[in-house]
Write a protein that binds this ligand. Structure first.
Ligand code: HEC
Ligand code: HEC
Length: 395
């Protein structure tokens, strides 16, 4: 790692030094191997972006992607996961579409979206696909599951919510009869998933290692394959030069430690100003059955994140046909609503694929377990409806 990083940061402690290194790693534009700067090469050969910061803008913000405005084929910060209903990756393209390729390895394809025709009962719904497949047709059962890059503000707190607090809110059989069940994302290895739109990653470290593998094509100790998401069906990619010295990951453990320290310390969004009326409506309509205003932290304190970190069946309009980790294709992790005002201010689209322009639009896509809340919202007087929207807009 460059000595310049260390000098510029003038750290107050070893921990601050880690964070300073981590910021540099987060912002670093990785380059093709072999390069003269050994510590910054190894990108790809297939990749979606050159830096963490390309998608999580301004050192950890949400992407600005909005479906009604931006072309999904060209916008960084929207990724396409690939897999079938059971979450099995595509045999040729792997677990994610990498639109960019280096050297002789062509990119894998481009995200594309069309809309179903709107009818009286149903809105036009986005249908996602991939065009210009670089390595032939994918498996027929493979589906494209789009995801916008979320803000990383406060993720360190979400990591500190005790498992017991998450499990206490589960209600898989809907024993209380409120129409909202919700279940924890128990992963195959027994860990609890809590990160990503489908809660498929248990820890920030695991999410970062997956990002290096899938988004940047870089190996880490946790995910040691230097060819990233390349498969046997992509020999141009497997044969390309890699950044790793034999037996070593492309991203050194010290850099990963710094990156973790940096991401873990992204400050939580500032608390919204209190509105007794808004809070009451939010709870009364049933938004808080999933968007829990507060979760306790181990060691004390709370995360005012407006999520229960559970998976909920959100109905057919949000079902993209692909399962992942513990989540079925219609299940999504309750999106944390803290920091929503920032996302709206920068024009980001809401929901996992950026399809909603505003909070009213986001609510209108809530189906499945959230049907009751959506209907109760629709039945509010115009003044109360606006008060609820004002409250959520201000989070
Ligand atoms: C190509 C765009 C892209 C790049 C590059 C990228 N990310 Fe992400 N990141 C995403 C998307 C999209 C998600 C949501 C993933 C999902 O739902 O599965 C995400 C999710 C996350 C999360 C979980 C947030 C939450 O609230 O659950 C963390 C942490 C994260 N990324 C860290 C990183 C780090 C660290 C890097 C660099 C090593 C990185 N990301 C690079 C797009 C990107
Ligand atoms: C059954 C659980 C549930 C209920 C009830 C619920 N939500 Fe959600 N909400 C979710 C899930 C899950 C998502 C993420 C879905 C997706 O992106 O596909 C979400 C996403 C959102 C988003 C978009 C957040 C973002 O970052 O893009 C907003 C805004 C929102 N909900 C507001 C509300 C409001 C307001 C209410 C009450 C009228 C409500 N929700 C009721 C589960 C719920």
């Amino acid at each position: 790692m460059g000595a310049a990083i260390v000098l510029l940061a003038s750290p107050a402690s070893a921990r601050d030094l880690d964070v300073a290194i981590g910021k540099a790693v987060f912002d670093r534009l990785w380059v093709q191997a072999p390069a003269s700067t050994k510590s910054a090469d190894g990108l790809g050969p297939l990749f979606a972006a050159r830096a963490c910061a390309s998608c999580h803008a301004s050192s950890g913000g949400r992407t600005t992607f909005r479906l009604s405005r931006d072309d999904p084929a060209t916008h960084p910060g929207l990724v396409i996961r690939l897999g079938d209903a059971a979450g099995r990756p595509d045999p040729t393209y792997g677990a994610q579409l990498q639109p960019e390729g280096l050297g002789k390895a062509p990119g894998e394809g481009r995200a594309s979206v069309s809309f179903t025709a709107a009818t009286k009962g149903a809105k036009a719904r986005p249908m996602w696909s991939v065009t210009d497949w670089g390595y032939g047709a994918p498996e027929q059962r493979t589906r494209a599951s789009p995801r916008v890059a979320p803000s990383l503000a406060g993720v360190g707190l979400l990591a500190r919510v005790p498992e017991a607090a998450i499990l206490a809110r589960e209600d898989p059989g809907d024993r209380d009869g409120d129409g909202v069940s919700g279940r924890a994302a128990r992963l195959e290895n027994g860990e609890l998933g809590r990160f990503g739109w489908k809660a498929s990653e248990p820890t920030i470290e695991a999410q970062a290692a997956s990002a290096f593998l899938l988004d940047l094509g870089l190996s880490t100790t946790a995910r040691p394959d230097p060819a990233g998401d390349c498969t046997e069906a992509e020999p141009q990619c497997l044969d390309a030069p890699h950044g790793a010295e034999p037996g070593k990951p492309e991203v050194a453990p010290e850099l990963m430690a710094g990156l973790f320290a940096f991401v873990d310390r992204r400050p939580a969004p500032p608390s919204a100003s209190a509105s007794a009326k808004g809070e009451k409506l939010f709870a009364g309509v049933g938004c808080s059955a999933c968007h829990a205003p507060s979760l306790p932290l181990s060691g004390g304190g709370e995360a005012r994140a407006f999520t229960d970190l559970l998976l909920h069946d959100m109905g057919p309009d949000l079902d993209d046909g692909m399962g992942e980790g513990a989540a079925k294709s219609a299940e999504w992790r309750t999106a944390p609503l803290w920091g929503l005002s920032r996302a709206l201010a920068q024009g980001s689209g809401l929901m996992h694929d950026g399809r909603a322009d505003d909070v009213r639009g986001a609510i209108s896509w809530h189906g499945g377990e959230a049907v009751g809340a959506r209907k109760r919202f629709g039945a509010l007087s115009p003044a109360d409806g606006q008060a609820l929207l004002d409250y959520v807009n201000g989070l």
